[in-house]
Design a protein around this ligand. Structure first.
Ligand code: HEM
Length: 137
């Protein structure tokens, strides 16, 4: 399912607000992720702040390209193959979705409304689906 115009606006506004509130995001997101899935820590190197920066930069590219359907497909395929090579499995993605919601909720507090959360979950699942597809090929 595609995001509606309203959902795209909610994602954009909330993302830029979150970036303003906490920039750089240091290790907030991966702290949540490893709290939820400690067994996945071993896949990562030591520079978690650097990794968080790379993840957030990718998220910014995704948010900046919400109107450009298909533009990021080659990047998703590449990222999916890289993840498979590192040992990430398709079933590891849902815990990351929850860690991202934890981080946005921490930063935005009551502004992270259920409607905004639904929009983010939909976007995350689309991106995760693209990565997962190229992992299994
Ligand atoms: C939609 C979801 C995801 C996105 C957008 C994403 C994005 C990224 C990006 C941009 C990088 C850096 C690649 C580079 O070096 O250029 C990366 C690396 C990595 N990602 Fe993901 N990722 C996602 C999901 C996951 C999941 C579910 C896991 C599960 C464990 C994971 C584990 C890793 C690991 C282990 C690395 C390498 C870290 C290191 O070098 O220390 N990613 N990811």
């Amino acid at each position: 399912m595609q995001l509606t115009d309203r959902q795209k606006a909610l994602v954009r506004d909330s993302f830029f607000r979150a970036m303003e509130l906490h920039n750089p995001w240091d290790t907030r997101f991966y702290d949540h992720f490893f709290r939820r899935a400690p067994h996945l820590r071993k896949l990562f190197r030591d520079d978690i702040a650097g990794q968080e920066m790379r993840f957030m930069t990718t998220l910014k590219v995704i948010v900046d390209n919400l109107e450009q359907d298909g533009t990021l497909k080659p990047r998703y395929s590449e990222l999916g193959r890289e993840h498979a090579a590192i040992g990430v499995r398709p079933q590891d993605f849902s815990v990351m979705e929850d860690a991202l919601m934890d981080s946005l909720r921490d930063l935005l507090k009551d502004d992270f409304t259920p409607e905004t959360e639904d929009a983010w979950r939909l976007l995350y699942r689309q991106v995760a689906g693209e990565l997962q597809e190229s992992m299994t090929q």
